[in-house]
Write a protein that binds this ligand. Structure first.
Ligand code: NDP
Length: 311
């Protein structure tokens, strides 16, 4: 059993910022990165809206720098994931966590920053071709479709950003938006509509992904007229939002209907003493790197105050 003051689960902007603050407060944090070290920002291109980077920064670089900053103050960053937790119910109780390699940790405080994961449509033809041309990460996989025709599903900022990214690499991008308008910010919408090789289709959904081993085409359906249309594509990108990574805490922590952790008031406190949540795992409203970092800071301060009050 490894005794800890603070265990941080997850390595996005929330987790690393919590680590920076916790390490500087002498809480000797141990941070488990999870399956995707660096989190969602490692799959994004340019981050132009994080304060302090006047020229922008690419997501993976920013995450490496955040990790280095957390390590500079003594955070023990471990590549691996926590597979099980037994959270204490009472004030001052120790929270047990078991890592994938069997390491057992007993932590006075836990900061949960496990983030969220990309959603898929759930169609059988889509699931069959995941890894065979269906992807939820244009930045990871777009390169494979250089010079080819692809399609993307979604009307949010992610879909808009990925559509313009793909348009730079691919010959044509068909973008399927299920409503008559996009949810993306006006600036991102303008980028999409000003990109000549994006064919924007409103009121349009995927009827079937065509192909046996690999994607060969797409049958689309207009959800107002019922009219169907087939196009030839080699890649289909799904950009329809995310699901919070909270399965590990099911039955132990309070969650909302969508599975996001519930925190109390203006704090990061969950329903259990000494357990705090930061970043996208508890935020379906803002979901920005900077807001995740902000709540990571709050979680470390909340953990520090909790420990102080125990002594
Ligand atoms: P969003 O939840 O904002 O958008 C999801 C999109 O997918 C919506 O257009 C939604 O349609 C559509 N959708 C959902 N389910 C389906 C389905 N089953 N079939 C078809 N379409 C579907 O998610 P994002 O990932 O785009 O963005 C998440 C957050 O991250 C947002 O707050 C966004 O602003 C932010 N973000 C910011 C960026 C930046 O600032 N650089 C870059 C990327 C994201 P509908 O509108 O009809 O519900």
């Amino acid at each position: 059993m490894e005794p800890l003051k603070t265990l941080i689960i997850g390595s996005g902007p929330a987790g690393y910022t919590a680590a920076i603050y916790a390490a500087r407060a002498d809480l000797n944090p141990v941070l488990y990165t999870g399956l995707e070290p660096g989190g969602q920002l490692t799959t994004t291109t340019e981050v132009d809206n994080f304060p302090g980077y006047p020229k922008g920064v690419d997501g993976p670089t920013m995450m490496v720098e955040l990790q280095q900053q957390a390590e500079r103050f003594g955070t023990d960053v471990r590549i691996g994931f926590i597979k099980e937790v037994e959270l204490a119910q009472e004030e001052g109780g120790l929270h047990k966590a078991i890592a994938e390699d069997g390491t057992e940790l007993m932590a006075q405080t836990i900061i949960i920053s496990t983030g969220a994961t990309a959603k898929y449509l759930g169609l059988p033809s889509e699931q069959k071709l995941r890894g065979g041309g269906v992807s939820a990460c244009a930045v990871c996989d777009g390169f494979f479709y250089k010079g080819q025709e692809v399609a993307i599903v979604g009307g949010g900022d992610t879909a808009a950003e990925e559509a313009t990214y793909l348009a730079n690499i691919c010959s044509k991008v068909t973008m399927l938006v299920r409503k008559g308008e996009m949810r993306a910010s006006k600036a991102m919408q303008h980028r999409v509509t000003n990109t000549p090789n994006i064919d924007l289709k409103y009121h349009t959904e995927v009827d079937e992904v065509i192909g046996d081993q690999v994607v060969e085409g797409l049958r689309m359906v207009n959800n107002q007229t019922g009219e169907k249309e087939e196009i030839s594509i080699t890649g289909l990108f799904i950009a329809i939002g995310h699901k919070p990574n909270t399965e590990l805490f099911a039955g132990q922590l309070d969650m909302d209907d969508s599975g996001y952790l519930i925190t109390h008031g203006k704090t990061t406190q969950t329903n259990l003493p000494g357990v705090f949540a930061a970043g996208d795992v508890q935020d379906k409203e803002y979901r920005q790197a900077v807001t995740a970092a902000g709540t990571g800071c709050m979680a470390a301060l909340d953990a520090e105050r909790y420990l102080q009050a125990l002594n």
